[in-house]
Design a protein around this ligand. Structure first.
Ligand code: COA
Length: 380
């Protein structure tokens, strides 16, 4: 491949470019810290409910008890799936990936939102609540419908984390499963100007509605360099098959210069702030389930990648094997990331529209010099 030309003021992949000002999240790659509006995300993951964190991100502060009750009941009200969405999900080809089903369902939902074209702060907040409330139902129902099963309505007594698993699996999770799944949602909720969030902000900056923004986010998240990595990481672990084979597999992959999904990060070069917490919770979960093999495999992969390449796992590695042990089908791992990230995306759309300026960068032209047009009839 020809070497790329260097240009002043150009950073491929926008690496290191500051593209906005935000009060939502701070990532400190040196200290491996992720902060949501002043709170350590890993502390929130261990102690808070996903709903509290969603309120923190979207509304701007941790809820009081009264605010929490109102917020959670609003999310529960929004969990019911409109008939049109169920009908559309039933018409999708059975091979549709659940991320594509999610993208389609969100587009369908926009038509019935009474606030669609109202871009005021309050209307955006109402739309964010509707989206956060409905997205777990969409993901669970789409999977069941694609498998030829009937959707299961939400249980208003359950938390958002437990409800998702209930709507998917038909039974409420035990307390440990709920706690670990809740923590994974919190750690997936927000991460600054990552690719999908940036896509949401770019779309919002044109004054398109919030549904257009989050559809852009869903499409961007699907790629394997971003959210799709958790599904790809689990496929890799399944092809390794056994912790004893992990070291050789990784060494061979390095020799072939293959990328290992679930490793590396654009921002963190010394380790992903979210991994130690999720790994510890995952180990606790694996011990309780009596099967440490996936934990051990991931741990060996990590040891070899750090030793040989100084490349650390990202959050998609522990989430992949934890979800697998929870019996969650692999094609749902990226949609689950979207369920969580809906809070971050909508928080960013609201912030973008509160201080909007069209996002429109420039590019360097490397095409042909100016030349005269030759009419078609004169071209051979
Ligand atoms: N496996 C093997 N090598 C990797 C790697 C991985 N997962 N991630 C990065 N590297 C290597 C690259 O091959 C490159 O090596 P080189 O300099 O010898 O060519 C070097 O590390 C820098 O990688 P690069 O892809 O340029 O860094 P980036 O900042 O653009 O990449 C990612 C960030 C996330 C795109 C990259 O780490 C990746 O593709 N990871 C796998 C996908 C993934 O897990 N995504 C989820 C991110 S949360």
């Amino acid at each position: 491949m020809a070497e790329e030309k260097q240009y002043p003021n150009y950073s491929p992949g926008l690496e290191g470019v500051v593209a906005g000002v935000s009060k939502i999240a701070r990532v400190d790659p040196e200290k491996q810290v992720l902060v949501y509006r002043g709170y350590d995300a890993t502390e929130l993951a261990r102690k808070a409910s996903f709903e509290e964190v969603a309120h923190l991100l979207v509304v701007g502060h941790l809820p009081s008890q009264a605010e929490y009750r109102t917020f959670t009941s609003k999310l529960r009200e929004c969990a019911a799936l409109p008939k049109e969405v169920v009908t559309i999900l039933r018409t999708l080809p059975k091979k549709t990936h659940p991320m594509d089903a999610l993208r389609t369902a969100i587009s369908c939902l926009s038509g019935s939102d009474p606030d669609l074209d109202d871009l005021s702060h309050d209307a955006n907040l109402r739309k964010a609540m509707r989206l956060m409330g409905v997205v777990p139902s969409v993901v669970a129902a789409s999977w069941r419908i694609l498998q030829g099963q009937e959707p299961i309505p939400a249980d208003p007594k359950l938390s958002l984390a437990a409800n998702f698993l209930f709507m998917l699996q038909g039974k409420a999770p035990d307390a440990l499963t709920e706690r670990v799944f809740n923590a994974s949602l919190i750690l997936y909720a927000e991460h600054g100007f990552n690719a999908s969030t940036f896509a949401c902000r770019v779309t919002a900056s044109t004054l398109a509605d919030i549904y257009c923004s989050v559809v852009a986010g869903i499409g961007t998240l699907k790629g394997s360099l971003h959210g799709g990595a958790n599904e790809a990481a689990m496929e890799t672990m399944l092809s390794i098959g056994n912790p004893a084979k992990a070291e050789k597999y990784v060494l061979d992959a390095i020799a072939r210069k293959d990328k290992l999904m679930g490793f590396g990060h654009r921002v963190y070069k010394k380790g992903d702030s979210r991994v130690p917490t999720l790994k510890t919770l995952g180990k606790e979960y694996a011990q309780a389930k009596g099967d440490l093999s996936w934990y051990e495999m991931a741990d060996t992969m990590e040891r070899v990648m750090v030793r040989e390449k100084n490349i650390y796992p990202n959050v998609d590695l522990p989430s992949a094997w934890i979800y697998y042990q929870m019996g969650i089908p692999i094609p749902l791992y990226t949609p689950i990331f979207a369920v969580a990230r809906m809070s971050g995306w909508t928080a960013h759309v609201i912030e973008q529209l509160d201080h909007n300026r069209l996002i429109r960068p420039s590019s360097i032209y490397e095409g042909p010099a100016l030349q005269p047009y030759v009419p078609l009839a004169e071209r051979s």
